[in-house]
Unconditional design. Structure first.
Length: 269
């Protein structure tokens, strides 16, 4: 049995299947998906259906595009790209969205020594604190307050975590760290403007993974940062290699650290 972690799919279903064929993915194997299953690519509905069909063989974290889809489905009045409309019209829409909203912001495996989030765990949090904060958002998504959460989810403030933040401001801030973080100050303040490569680093900020982490017991798996590309470090694997932009889709074997990448197969993206 092998466990493969894959970066942002973003509706690139053809490339996902081609990558799994390359891996000779079989019924004994498991997939970890680092968020952003949907949007921008041409086949988001097919991606959701396939991952849903894997049941417990798929371990997923929510990314910002996944949360955007759930917000639109809840009735939030935001722009809906054409790549999400097939999901909204699908006969199995409710089943798929009910499954998606149950996915967490963090996945952890002590046996393999990995923890996965979409954007990363900031240096200001321990792993245990990150898990507790992620659970606050997950619990809200499973409650009658989910629609209110989505109404309040968008925004850049507060940009710096403190334990005193409460209510939907607190949930928005937690969500932003887990799903939107790239650059951060040593104080913990996030930058929301820079999304290019490391050459675009804003003054006073650092890439989140360059600050001393409190998550020393587990290697981190992330997606989210396509301009960063593949990053392989002793304690961090960044796996978003820009498939939806014509780049590659990349998988990491958690058992032996081997990397597999395949060029985008999306003729319509």
């Amino acid at each position: 049995m092998s466990t493969y972690a894959i970066g942002d799919i973003q509706g690139c279903y053809r490339t996902l299947i081609a990558l799994l064929d390359t891996l000779q993915f079989c019924e004994d194997d498991q997939l970890w998906i680092a968020g952003d299953l949907v949007n921008r690519g041409p086949n988001s509905l097919e991606v959701l259906r396939f991952l849903h069909s894997l049941g417990s063989r798929a371990r997923i974290v929510l990314g910002n595009h996944d949360l955007h889809l759930l917000a639109l489905a809840s009735g939030v009045d935001r722009k809906m790209g054409k790549t999400l409309k097939p999901i909204m019209k699908a006969r199995d829409r409710d089943e798929l969205l009910s499954w998606l909203i149950q996915q967490p912001l963090i996945q952890r495996c002590d046996t393999l020594g990995f923890v996965m989030t979409h954007a990363g765990i900031p240096h200001i949090w321990s792993l245990e604190q990150a898990e507790k904060l992620a659970t606050e958002v997950t619990d809200c998504l499973q409650s009658t307050l989910a629609a209110h959460y989505f109404e309040q989810m968008y925004g850049n403030k507060p940009a710096k975590w403190t334990d005193e933040i409460v209510g939907f401001d607190r949930l928005r801030t937690i969500t932003n760290y887990f799903t939107r973080m790239r650059y951060i100050k040593p104080s913990g303040k996030l930058d929301f403007d820079a999304n290019g490569g490391l050459e675009d680093q804003p003054e006073g900020y650092l890439p989140w993974f360059e600050l001393p982490t409190q998550v020393s017991s587990h290697k981190q798996i992330t997606g989210h940062w396509a301009a960063l590309g593949l990053r392989v470090a002793p304690n961090h694997y960044a796996l978003d290699t820009g498939c939806v932009w014509g780049g590659e889709l990349t998988a990491l074997c958690l058992e032996d650290g081997s990397i597999f990448s395949i060029a985008s197969q999306e003729i319509d993206s």
